[in-house]
Ligand binder design. Sequence first.
Ligand SMILES: Cc1ncc(COP(=O)(O)O)c(C=O)c1O
Length: 405
Amino acid sequence: MSKIDLKNVDFETLIIHAGQEPDKAYGSLATPIYQTSTFCFETVEEGAAKFANQIPGFVYSRGGNPTTRAFELKCAAMEGGEDAVAAASGMGAVGSVMTAFLHPGDHAIFDTAVYGGTNYVATTNLPGMGVEVSRVDTGDLEAVKAAIRPNTKMIYFETPNNPMMKVTDVRAIKDIAGADIRVVVDGTFAPPPVQHVLQLGADIVLHSITKYINGHGDALGGVVIGRADDIRLIRANSVTKINGCPPSPFNSYLVLRGMKTLALRMKQHCASAMEIARYLEANPYVKAVYYPGLESHPQHELASRQMENGMYGGMISFELKDDVKGLSSFAAGKKLLNSLKIPAIAVSLGDPDSLIEHPASMTHANVSPEDRLAAGITDGLIRLSVGLESAKDLIADFEQAFAAI
Ligand SMILES: Cc1ncc(COP(=O)(O)O)c(C=O)c1O
């Protein structure tokens, strides 16, 4: 057991120590990679007792693995949740929540704008399984209230959402949902310490670990955090059964390593994003900047209440004006991206390297043009994941790229 009282420490201390103990075998401080599919029992009786959960231990890595368990416990502590279950990717986490809680005849409400993969689940997979889905702007609380049916089982949204950076009021949505409807939040764009959505009333928070939480762009992963009984169900029914999608022990090790610097990294991502958002807002070629930290953001006041310590995340979306040096916003945007030297043209986010992409042709290409427009995703929209490079260097790079259009 840790000597540290983790209930009474700051996030910076918690995120380094939670979930990890020096290893019992040799005292290794770093959690070892238990690269094994199965675990041996001394006797048949021991095996039977472990299978029956009468004694603790591991039996098979699809159901649990010591390296992955340390990662799960660190994630539960990170969000202040009772328990967590890890998945092989963010979509593994999304799919596992769906298959655990939604059944034929149930109804779920999804925000109008969610990540393209999740959008596919809402528009195709769930209806195919006999689940009714309503798409509602979760920023419009009256519309959410009006969409609730007797068979509604889940309200699902991202905050801030991908790629519009819309902020949804978690507490207000839980008040509408009441006890019987699960409020599920994808917190990928702003993990702790930027916000703690379980404390705001969400029943379940999930993350694509691939992004900020691992933070190094070298591993896929997902996690779901919430009440112990919900997590037990997701693990037993979904992650280890229909989806069979736990992360590899090696990826769990990478995530544990990455999480040690989460607090430090998020502070830097947020500070640089604020500087770059202000720079873009003042740029004569830019029509609109979507960043919750800007006073011009429609939910800035809500974001300031819901997000913590003046941090608003490291993601910015922006749109160029319709006529940039005689080019359409889309054509000018392509030239801008091709001229930038520091940000890589790539999807994903939360890496040390800045990443820039075009949602309409990349992350949200599988969303229909009508649904994209309904969500505000125009053909000229550009999404930037602000990395850990110097903000000054990034702004200088944008200056030369705008000049090159
Ligand atoms: C908000 C959000 N949720 C979930 C996912 C899916 O995560 P993964 O790529 O790890 O499956 C993504 C991926 O970009 C995302 O942006």
